[in-house]
Design a protein around this ligand. Sequence first.
Ligand code: EPZ
Length: 417
Amino acid sequence: MDKLIIKGGKKLKGDVTVSGSKNASLPIFVATILAPGINQISNVPFLRDINTTIKVLESLGAHVEGNGNIVKIDTTGINSHEATYDLVKTMRASVLVLGPLLARFGKARVSLPGGCAIGARPINLHLKGLQALGAEITLEHGYVEARCRQLKGARINFDVSTVGGTEHLMMAAATAKGETLLENAAREPEIVDLALYLNRMGAKIEGAGTDTIRIQGVSELAAADYEVMPDRIEAGTFMIAAAMTGGEIRIHRMKLEHLDALSFKMQDAGVEITSRDGVVMVKGPRRVKSVNIKTRPYPGFPTDMQAQFMAMMCVADGASVISENIFENRFMHVSELQRFGADITVEGSTATVKGVKKLSGAPVMATDLRASASLILAGLTAEGTTEVTRIYHLDRGYESIEKKFAALGADIVRVKE
Ligand code: EPZ
């Protein structure tokens, strides 16, 4: 297993380019199941989760060339309708294959994903929506069995805003008979990217990015090429790194409008953020000010940036209150940040962070994808050396992050443990 060794204290300077979005690529890869043919997907990040999704598609009979930047997916030969436990447990998003398999073949058998470090992650709203479209759903031996000769359009209202649930039902409804209305839909930019790809395949989807999505079912879709949007969470992570180290960086190929909630909070903390000709400049102050945040569905503050923002508040001037309202167990990074000397107390879903002048480097352990990022950020600013182990969590969602940070002047290396 690899680990990262970081010598803190360097101000980050220079240019960095954001990779394609993991959370847009995954559903777009799954959507290729909806039609036979060859799809060329570009700006795909080289990530473990991408490799896992490719394995899932190949286990169904698809033929895939490449695993990053350009990926060619030929779904003509799909001949299995089952996604097994060993693949789905590796990456929960694989459960999204259920709807497209059902829409194209009339049946599907997919392992229930189970929970993960940050929460139970149920899929009840996915299944309820598929049933509303006419699917017969049975759960047995840890698998979801779904059958339906022809899905029919329906009005679906989500109890809670769910990114995966919205994506799942948008894909299933694309070739359902008649119109489908998704109300209280999630509004994340990754959902807009998926809708753009589905419409490129011939779907008729309107309203993606708002809380009401209208889908006119079409009789068939066709394979299509697509360029994935930039990864807004990777971009946000670099923005925080510049702010925490008092550095000044230019971030290329990001869309600042995807991160309004984060950038407004960072500006409240005294960080300078400007955008010109598609390049975003981020300049950190000598010391950031403390700011309170509450995670919310988009366009609110993104839960996927909570751990990184908390790392920044650990060295802020003052106390900040951070409430996590999306997942029930997304403070796993707190105990690791405390090893750096951070002053954090947790009460239920609220963490109070009292900024300290300096963190001190320490051996720490990654627990989940975004928590790993927060430990690197703390290490970049801490005095002395930090070792981060179990960074396979990191490799799920960040493409060569240590190389990108090193190119910005950080003293960070990956070594075999
Ligand atoms: C997506 O997960 C992202 N993953 C997550 O990013 C992100 O944190 C999350 O959306 C929220 O923005 C991908 O896109 C692959 P949800 P998803 O369904 O779709 C509850 C990362 O770090 N819920 O929006 O699984 C659920 O328990 C990952 O890249 C139900 O109750 O999230 C949660 O409390 C982590 N029933 C809330 O909704 C359901 O059927 C939001 O979950 C579905 C969800």
